[in-house]
Design a binder for this molecule. Structure first.
Ligand SMILES: Cc1cc2nc3c(=O)[nH]c(=O)nc-3n(C[C@H](O)[C@H](O)[C@H](O)COP(=O)(O)OP(=O)(O)OC[C@H]3O[C@@H](n4cnc5c(N)ncnc54)[C@H](O)[C@@H]3O)c2cc1C
Length: 515
């Protein structure tokens, strides 16, 4: 094992307290560190971050004349009670209209709003009435899928199978002409793909039906950060001593249930030793693990020593974690109408009721649901496409030129304009290839339940004997009702910090949720 590393510095305060290490500098890890920092018992606190930056899956980059969100995009349910909304409002990171009571009261049911225009693969635009009617039917099926959480026996294992079953029954009664019926089904196929982006999964057939309604949608019309989502994590960072977070410090193995010592602290023993890839070691009392579920899945057999209890390792394998990516296209001139906010792209040869076996390289782009139009200025015109699943992972293996060419062909085809100028450039996320993320966010997969999320969140050792709370688990995948979101991640970091504070000081007045 390598050198023991625990130096003093600003992050250290006088007095011996519990030594805590947070693994991961995303919003969960930063939130936990900030909360612990406010408590005197945790004078020795460090955050180890594998990459060169904080924020994790909150990642805003300057590009194409504006801000590009490679990760989190919206505050879902921006209303009082959502801690991300409250912090963002406090730090004046939001637009006035997004703070209004009216926006906060909006109930969207978590459904994506109607597109401004829908293009079909034969080069025609689809009537708004048909899109609205089909969207309303689709949303009612998704709402029904959420109802099984109330106890009624789920008639299918997955959300996808449930929706397709209901659709098959409905479609049997449609009296449309064949082409109109095809178009309806193609729209449904697109809406299912939108749902794949929302759930971060390859197929809604992988998303468990019975617990689907446990995910909780807060009121409020989803909003964005005009200056970038990362402004939020930057604010949290700014409140922490500069040397508290150590970058480019990937953790390799967490040794627990041990009795570790270091020369600098004679007579003291630590139950946990955090070993980094560069050989550095940190002996600590407690470690809060906030690494993404995708990373845990890949390293479940080696990240903990002794290995995790079987039940814990099983839930890591069972819970779902898939890929959703963004593709930004920059245009010289907009081809869309002024005021257009969202362009939907529908493939008329696709139907939720038919399986078509094809090679990924021939069809990957059909999984792209369409594009959001980013706020533009006179010279900057940018579309942001969303694509989930295996097709999204395949897209990560292509070059920028290949992606740009394919999407130019898609846009020319669906607009019916063979001379539509190609985008000037492309920029995209690659969350599946990112070694310390390995995907986008979590979902409750077929074969797992909401209870598995709670099992994942339970600290170790589980028997609660002697050296308690050695390893604590936070991060979006550990929040039972807000998984896959930034607010779920932040709340999970606060939850684990509070757990440690309560162990140390049962009478502690917990700091409020304000920063
Ligand atoms: C494309 C995309 C779009 C999204 N859109 C939204 C949205 O619109 N709204 C919303 O609310 N949420 C959205 N999310 C989800 C949201 O971004 C996440 O839920 C949230 O940011 C997760 O925070 P976290 O702290 O749990 O994890 P992360 O932000 O992933 O932080 C974990 C950190 O751990 C580090 N790490 C990993 N392994 C190690 C290791 N071995 N040693 C040290 N450090 C390590 C990682 O580098 C990372 O910085 C989106 C995510 C993606 C990818």
């Amino acid at each position: 094992m390598g050198a023991m590393e625990w130096s003093g510095g600003q992050a250290e305060r006088p007095g011996r307290g519990r030594r805590v290490l947070v693994v991961g500098g995303g919003i969960a890890g930063l939130g936990a560190a900030q909360r612990l920092r406010a408590h005197r018992a945790f004078s020795q606190l460090r955050v180890l971050e594998a990459t060169a930056r904080a924020g994790g899956r909150i990642r805003s980059e300057r590009g194409f004349g504006g801000v590009l969100e490679l990760g989190a995009h919206w505050i879902h349910g921006p209303s009082r009670g959502n801690p991300v909304f409250e912090l963002a409002a406090e730090h004046r990171l939001l637009r006035e209209k997004d703070l209004s009571e009216e926006n906060q009261r909006m109930e969207t049911g978590g459904h994506v709003g109607l597109p401004s225009v829908t293009y079909a693969s034969s080069g025609v635009s689809v009537s708004r009435e048909l899109v609205a009617e089909t969207a309303s039917l689709f949303h009612s099926l998704i709402d029904q899928a959420r109802e099984f959480v109330r106890g009624a026996a789920a008639p299918a294992p997955s959300v996808g199978e449930y929706v397709r079953g209901a659709l098959r029954a409905l479609a049997a009664g449609w009296t449309d002409r064949e082409d109109a019926r095809r178009l309806r089904l193609a729209l449904m196929h697109n809406f299912l793909n939108v749902e794949c982006c929302v759930s971060g999964t390859h197929s809604m057939d992988l998303v468990a039906l019975a617990p689907f309604g446990e995910y909780t949608v807060l009121p409020g019309l989803d909003c964005t950060f005009p200056g970038g989502y990362q402004g939020l994590t930057n604010h949290i960072m700014a409140s922490l001593p500069e040397d508290m977070i150590i970058f480019n410090k990937p953790v390799k193995t967490i040794h627990w249930n041990g009795s570790f010592q270091e020369a600098a602290s004679p007579g003291e023993t630590f139950p946990v030793l955090v070993e980094c890839e560069d050989g550095g070691c940190f002996p600590v009392h407690h470690v809060i693990v906030t690494v993404p579920l995708g990373f845990l899945k890949e390293h479940v057999d080696t990240f903990f020593e002794p290995p995790l209890p079987t039940e814990k390792a099983d839930v890591i394998r069972k819970l779902g974690f898939g890929t959703n990516n963004k593709i930004f296209l920059e245009f010289e001139e907009p081809f869309w109408e002024p005021g257009c906010q969202h362009i939907q792209v529908v493939w008329e040869d696709m139907s939720p009721l038919e399986d078509v076996a094809s090679q990924l390289q021939d069809v990957w782009f059909k999984k792209l649901i369409g594009f959001w139009v980013l706020p533009s200025s006179e010279s900057v015109h940018v579309l942001c496409g969303f694509i989930a699943g295996l097709e999204s992972e395949f897209m990560e293996t292509l070059t920028d030129e290949e992606v740009l060419l394919s999407l130019t062909q898609v846009l020319r085809r669906v607009t019916g304009n063979a001379r539509l100028p190609a985008p000037r450039s492309v920029l995209r996320s690659r969350w599946h290839s990112a070694p310390y993320t390995r995907g986008s966010y979590s979902y409750v997969a077929v074969g797992s339940t909401g209870e598995d999320i709670d099992r994942l969140a339970r600290p170790l050792p589980e028997d609660g004997a002697e050296a308690q709370l050695q390893i604590l688990f936070a991060g979006e995948a550990t929040h039972r009702t807000f998984y896959s979101t930034t607010h779920g991640a932040l709340l999970s970091g606060w939850r684990e910090a509070d757990r440690l504070i309560a162990l140390q000081d049962p009478q502690a007045q917990q700091p409020g949720p304000q920063l």
